[in-house]
Design a protein around this ligand. Structure first.
Ligand SMILES: *[C@@H]1O[C@H](CO)[C@@H](O)[C@H](O)[C@H]1NC(C)=O
Ligand SMILES: *[C@@H]1O[C@H](CO)[C@@H](O)[C@H](O)[C@H]1NC(C)=O
Ligand SMILES: *[C@@H]1O[C@H](CO)[C@@H](O)[C@H](O)[C@H]1NC(C)=O
Length: 480
């Protein structure tokens, strides 16, 4: 027996390793979305990106269909593209152009939250100038874009929406603004989001208190800003859901001493904390912190974003304590639009007492009349003289649909999409029903006349009421 391990020790080791495995997800397995529909519109062949994804042509397969009453055509850029950002350049060489209301119908295998990205790059060649196209984009009964024009300064627009799809198909319609305008799109991504990406509740920040906001997962969200605080741009190549995180320099300001920190150790994802799909390592391993000499209660690190008033916003703060040397040293308060949104946040308690463990907090706020949404981090009242008095690793600002299911107007969808495919289909269906009813009436009219003709006179048992009914039906049919 001498060299064999003691079975009791073996059991203890097994027990602890399974405890460890269940509380941390060490695996680096990539998330594999059940729905992953990637379309390079107007292209006649598949297109690969450097983030290892393949986009298929838009006439290929039955998981994506194009429905259009009026002609649509594929166009290709004739010249080489000059792009600031090359990430999606291969997708921007072609587009599909619509002369009337047209829809892509995506087959959804796995109901639930989906990420939808629409790519617009307005190239022009001798035949087409896509920068003059003006159109609306509608999906699931929500107006995603109204009177959209892709800017002509040779940069692309990627519009990202988070939509809960509870039916078997997702229809995305492109509706030219006027009879003369065109609509176009270069590429579309429809990707299943992991179940934990959007939780149902958030902290609703009001001027004098914070309440619970319910029903977050039923809202449609538009991603406006996604920043990697204190770090470089994170490209789709390095993101678990092919997102782009921009540096925060353009949004950041502070009234006291701050510094950026970088962490090269392992990010400790926990089973019930933020997963790697909520934000990747590259976001959590950089941060900005409020320095030691900024325990003064008016010290703030602030990020400001331009937003539209009249809408609600989801503000997601990504936090991971990569700066403290020990637990229970970092406490801070969060202010949104100047209102106290989270007092004395205790990051050690939130992450079940692990350092370098990711966590996120969702706030729901109304945009103020200033047109600016500001998020600030300041010291807590009970943070003593610790080396760090506040931290932030990442920040996302998402616009929430308004009560008329729009992101850009107060009018209901019917005002906008009078020529939509949906409208056309309903009209066609209605006229079909009318014709069917008409034919039925005529046939039944003839049938009754015929039966009346062949029946012996003394067997007439029809009541005057049913005769009248027949007559009045025939008169109605005559009116068609
Ligand atoms: C779209 O813009 C045109 C002018 O470019 C305007 O006449 C029209 O009312 C706008 N439509 C909507 C729905 O905003
Ligand atoms: C991915 O991230 C690593 C650092 O984490 C960086 O060196 C590399 O350039 C990134 N790649 C892309 C394509 O962004
Ligand atoms: C967004 O749309 C949903 C579905 O119509 C609606 O229930 C919700 O109230 C809307 N959100 C807001 C903030 O009005």
């Amino acid at each position: 027996m001498g060299n064999l391990p003691n079975p009791r020790h073996m059991l203890i080791i097994l027990f602890f390793s399974s405890v460890l495995r269940s509380s941390f997800s060490f695996s680096s397995a990539l998330f594999s979305p059940p729905d992953n529909l990637l379309v390079d519109c107007g292209s006649s062949y598949s297109t690969g990106l450097n983030d290892r994804r393949i986009f298929l042509p838009d006439f290929n397969g039955d998981s994506v269909r194009l429905i259009s009453d009026e002609p649509s055509f594929a166009v290709a850029a004739k010249n080489n593209l000059v792009l600031e950002d090359e990430t999606y350049a291969p997708l921007y060489r072609t587009a599909r152009v619509f002369t009337g209301s047209s829809s892509y119908v995506f087959r959804i295998n796995n109901k639930g939250t989906h990420i939808v990205r629409l790519h617009f790059y307005p190239f022009s060649n001798s035949d087409q100038d896509l920068s003059s196209a003006q159109f609306h984009v509608v999906a699931s009964g929500f107006v995603l874009l109204r009177n959209f024009t892709a800017s002509s300064n040779l940069s692309s627009s990627v519009k990202e929406f988070i939509i809960s799809v509870e039916v078997d198909e997702l229809t995305i319609s492109f509706v030219p603004s006027t009879f003369l305008s065109l609509a176009f799109v270069n590429a579309i991504e429809v990707i299943s989001a992991p179940a934990d990406l959007i939780r149902d509740t958030g902290r609703l920040v009001k001027p004098n208190n914070v309440e619970t906001f319910y029903g977050l997962s039923n809202q449609v969200l538009e991603t406006l800003f996604r920043v990697n605080v204190g770090g470089p741009k994170v490209t789709p190549f390095n993101d678990t859901l092919w997102r782009t995180w921009s540096p925060d320099n353009a949004f950041f300001h502070s009234n006291s001493s701050t510094k950026t920190v970088y962490f090269s150790g392992r990010i400790m994802y926990q089973k019930y904390g933020a997963s790697r799909e909520v934000a990747p390592d590259n976001v959590y391993n950089t941060a900005r912190v409020l320095g030691a000499n900024s325990s003064d209660l008016i010290s703030r690190m602030t990020w400001s974003f331009p937003v539209n008033q009249g809408y609600r916003y989801l503000v997601r703060m990504h936090l991971c304590d990569i700066a403290s040397l020990a637990l229970n040293e970092l406490y801070f308060s969060v202010y949104i639009n100047g209102y106290l949104a989270y007092e004395d946040f205790d990051i050690s308690a939130a992450t079940s007492h692990y350092l370098a463990s990711p966590y996120y907090v969702d706030f729901v706020v109304n945009a103020g009349s200033s047109g600016i949404l500001s998020v600030s981090v300041g010291p807590s009242t009970f943070g003593e003289s610790s080396i760090v008095n506040g931290i932030l690793n990442g920040l996302e600002i998402l616009k929430i649909n308004n009560s008329v299911r729009s992101f850009d107007m107060e009018l209901p969808i019917a005002f906008l999409v009078h020529r939509s495919t949906e409208g056309a289909l309903t009209a066609a269906f209605r006229s079909l029903i009318c014709w069917f009813a008409f034919v039925l009436l005529i046939v039944s009219g003839f049938m009754s006349i015929w039966r009346w003709g062949i029946q012996p006179r003394n067997h007439i048992t029809w009541s005057p009421l049913s005769m009248n009914a027949q007559e009045s039906q025939i008169t109605k049919a005559d009116q068609f």
